[in-house]
Design a protein around this ligand. Structure first.
Ligand code: CBF
Length: 876
């Protein structure tokens, strides 16, 4: 690039320093030019006759110039300075829309709004014309998106790496009977103006085949093609990068086959390759689905590592020991953990390093984040599946496993010896055993001989390759264990979660290498999740604090505390919150045609639908509330606190219990909302297709939000942080980051209920069996479902039984029944407090004031200092 610049520079040698202009008139001209020459809109229709989607594309194309300009300068600068980079490997990046975020982060909102007005549109309308980039499923993917925003804002040299899925997270529709329907998310149908295709950056990725004397000959190969997505920081000229890979065939088209009339065969290779980057989380119920997921993981991990190594080689050819000083890969959960074996393979097989040198580099260059203790998300690949798809990697993993266990042998031997010595001596048999026939005696002897070696038995719990207890002889690779062994650091995502993983899933590993384990409490970007999505509240905060510096330094929000008791300030705060409720109610009207009153308490639970998140608990309490309304006298009704309960979230397509919960919520909503006895006292709404842009309206408009997972199950949660930032009170368990939010905002300001994480296992193991204290209100709610108040009695039967009949099959694992009474107590407190609007508002202010800690800037700063060793590199 430098050379090109020199070549085209004026003769005095000054490099060309073209920059897109930022005044409204130039922007307007630029948008018009882009509409015609980039998008191809006929000049006769510009500006007033272009449709909204075209107008959006013209504006985005113009903004893209600003982005690319700053992006190229940043990347050039970084390339010249050669700092250490972090590479965030993630199967998910839940980016949402980009227009508003880009225009705001680049601080161009004013001139763009003005220019857009002249086109006959307003910025908000164009923002709404953008498709959501839903390349993620939930918290983990959205966290990755917040993290790359923070990296850029903090000027940290860092890139995200993932997959450019053609179809993102499925779109959810709710049919007339309340069922969830899944539809493909065709998010690229209107193009993607934010990405830069890089046909010149490609890598080959192999699959299957054989290994002969450590040499892998893949039987199948695909091409990974790069797409860069510039990520603008805020109040800085740094623009980072999210590089996503698309899978393409090595041979595009079989003309021979086509000419023979074998049309399917002609495109078979292309279709097979394209499958890899087609869908986020293909259903893995089938063998093909399982292989496809592993293929996806290996595909993006291999392309990303090859890419990083290629750049490294250009600068530091041969000096591999320098790699850990120039690069660190953060593995976002188990999806990218094949990176351990891939980095080893590339260093050994491709670069010719010996095992020990390669391993020394690998464990300094990788780090691992665990995001859950849910067994279904802790991937274990059957050896047979991984060995077939990646035979060389299986060899490498096997060797890592053997060396790892060998390294523990001495320690374990000493432990076993110590246990032996401290154990009481075995008592001699009291009397001589009666004589046995020879055959039996021989058999018994043999059995004794076969008794497992205690050292081997103790070592087996550290095995990366293990047998699954319920399916002897089926060997699996525990990817989380592989990551723990192959990483320099392992972290959980909230204080309690980081402790839980040390006590449970990684207990044995923690005991032998405690120094690896850390905590990094999650955070969310205050730009998207407060400043840009709630501009009126942001403006009030800025006025009150006298500065907008809080947008990057969120600890300044604490300054709001001193205003929390000020009645005039409370009134302003309330007015802003009320306007956000109105906006939310309009949105729901537009989406669902439902009229929502704006005086009631707005209560929101939005997250993936899962039994552990307990949407079920919420809806059961609402069923009881419905019963109360139905049986109340007019005087009692007059005292009730009206409520609008809003749910949103997707159930995984094969998760039947979750789908039943979705349907139950919808059925209850239909009955309650159409019951004239209820009126405005209760409305229950399930907003279909919950996603990032809906969250941006739901969170500002919420007054109460529910984070009610069974204690010990939600690793952190991040929507709780977004709600807190927006002054929304929380009802929640002492789980995940709720605990830290309670510390920061005052536990007395949160509606805390339910068992603690220590009580839950005790209940599960013991008390559950004799527990009978069903709350009569709980029984009533279940009876209403059973008796058909919401229809579909048979369909809901097992859902009812799952929390009301204790047997081996139904055991209310997530403690819906035993936590119900305390939940209802907390809900009563909510109602009481809502009647006191001054106190409610005071607390609302305190939530925002206490939310500064939950900025992803803080989280990323900790990762950078405590794990990555990456320092800011800002061009001036
Ligand atoms: O750490 C980010 C989030 O990740 C999850 O969504 C996940 O997918 N494992 C967890 O469930 C959340 O608790 C966590 O906040």
């Amino acid at each position: 690039l430098e050379k090109v610049r020199e070549a085209v520079a004026p003769s005095n040698g000054v490099p060309i320093d073209w920059k897109p202009k930022s005044d409204p008139a130039s922007i307007q001209a630029d948008v018009l030019q882009n509409l015609e020459f980039t998008i191809g809109a006929p000049s006769s229709k510009i500006p007033n006759e272009v449709d909204v989607k075209t107008a959006y594309r013209g504006v985005a194309a113009s903004l893209r110039e600003h982005l690319i300009d700053a992006f190229n300068r940043t990347q050039d600068y970084w390339s010249k300075e050669d700092p250490k980079f972090v590479y965030y490997l993630s199967a998910e990046f839940l980016m949402g829309r980009s227009l508003l975020n880009t225009v705001q982060n680049l601080e161009l909102t004013g001139p763009y709004s003005e220019a857009i007005k002249k086109l006959g549109y307003d910025l908000e309308t164009l923002v709404d014309a953008e498709q959501n980039a839903a390349l993620g499923n939930g918290g983990l993917g959205r966290l990755a998106a917040c993290f790359i925003d923070s990296m850029a804002t903090l000027d940290l040299p860092g890139w995200g790496y993932g997959i450019r899925y053609k179809y993102g997270m499925f779109k959810q529709a709710i049919d007339a009977k309340g069922y969830q329907q899944e539809l493909p998310d065709i998010w690229l149908s209107n193009g993607n103006p934010w990405e830069i295709a890089r046909p010149e950056i490609t890598y080959k990725i192999g699959f299957y085949g054989t290994v002969d004397n450590f040499k892998w000959s893949p039987a199948e190969q695909v091409i990974a093609k790069a797409y860069d997505n510039p990520i603008p920081g805020y109040k800085t000229n740094t623009v980072g990068n999210l590089r996503l890979w698309e899978a393409l065939p090595l041979n595009e088209f079989d003309l021979d086959a086509f000419n023979k009339g074998e049309y399917d065969k002609a495109v078979e290779e292309r279709r097979k390759a394209e499958d890899i980057s087609a869908v986020l989380y293909p259903n893995d119920a089938t063998e093909y689905g399982k292989q496809l997921r592993l293929k996806q993981q290996y595909f993006f991990v291999s392309a990303s590592i090859q890419d990083v190594l290629a750049r490294f080689k250009e600068k530091h050819a041969g000096n591999w020991s320098l790699l850990p000083e120039k690069a660190i890969f953060q593995m976002n959960d188990t999806h990218p953990t094949i990176a351990v074996a891939e980095l080893m393979r590339l260093l050994i097989d491709q670069e010719g390093l010996d095992w020990d040198t390669a391993w020394g580099i690998t464990i300094k260059t990788l780090a691992f984040t665990n995001h859950t203790v849910m067994p279904e998300a802790l991937e274990k690949w059957p050896v047979a599946v991984l060995g077939k798809l990646l035979p060389r990697h299986l060899e490498i993993i096997d060797k890592i496993d053997t060396i790892w266990k060998d390294s523990l042998k001495e320690k374990i031997l000493a432990q076993v010896e110590q246990e032996k010595n401290s154990a009481p001596p075995k008592a001699e048999p009291a009397a001589k055993a009666p004589a046995k026939d020879d055959k039996k005696a021989a058999e018994e002897e043999e059995e004794e001989e076969e008794e497992e070696d205690p050292v081997e038995a103790a070592l087996s719990k550290y095995g990366i390759i293990t047998e699954i207890p319920w399916q002897k002889d089926v060997k699996v690779i525990n990817m989380a264990y592989l990551a723990v062994v192959g990483s320099k650091a392992v972290n959980g995502v909230a204080a309690i979660h980081s402790e839980i993983i040390k006590d449970t899933i990684f207990k044995d590993f923690y005991e032998v290498m405690p120094e690896k384990f850390q905590n990094k409490t999650n955070g969310v970007t205050p730009r998207r999740w407060l400043a840009w999505c709630n501009p009126a509240l942001a403006e009030l905060i800025t006025q009150t604090l006298g500065t907008d510096a809080w947008i990057n330094e969120t600890t300044l929000l604490a300054g709001l505390r001193q205003h929390a008791d000020d009645k005039a300030f409370q009134a302003k705060w309330r007015a802003v919150k009320h306007a956000a409720k109105e906006k939310l109610s309009h949105k729901i009207k537009a989406l669902m045609g439902i009229d929502l009153p704006t005086d009631p308490l707005y209560d929101v639970q939005i997250k993936r639908i899962h039994e552990y998140k307990r949407q079920y608990l919420n809806i059961l309490s609402l069923i009881y509330r419905y019963h109360q309304i139905k049986t109340a006298t007019p005087e009692e009704k007059a005292k009730m606190v009206p409520r609008v309960s809003i749910f949103g979230g997707k159930a995984a397509s094969a998760y039947y219990a979750a789908k039943k919960i979705v349907r139950l919520i919808n059925r209850v909503g239909t009955v309650v909302n159409s019951d004239p006895d209820v009126g405005d006292l209760l409305k229950i709404v399930f907003v279909p297709d919950y996603n990032v842009d809906l969250a941006e309206v739901l969170i500002p408009g919420a007054e109460l939000s529910q984070h009610i997972s069974t204690a010990g199950t939600e690793a952190s949660g991040t929507s709780n942080m977004k709600f807190a930032m927006n002054g929304c009170l929380i009802i929640g368990t002492m789980d995940g980051a709720n605990i830290e939010i309670a510390q920061e905002t005052g536990k007395e300001n949160m509606f805390v209920f339910g068992m603690d994480a220590e009580d839950v296992p005790v209940w599960r193991e013991g008390k559950r069996k004799e527990w009978k204290d069903y709350d009569p209100r709980f029984v009533k709610a279940l009876d209403m479902i059973k008796s058909g108040t919401f229809g579909e009695v048979d369909y809901f039967k097992d859902l009812v039984e799952s929390v009301s009949v204790m047997n081996d099959h139904n055991n209310d694992w997530f403690l819906v029944a035993p936590d119900f009474t305390d939940y209802m107590r907390a809900q009563d407190e909510v109602d009481k407090l809502y009647a006191d609007q001054d106190e409610w508002t005071r607390r609302s202010i305190l939530y925002t004031a206490g939310s500064g800690f939950f900025s992803s800037d803080r989280t990323i700063d900790q990762y950078a200092k405590e794990i990555w060793d990456v320092v800011p590199c800002k061009r001036h």
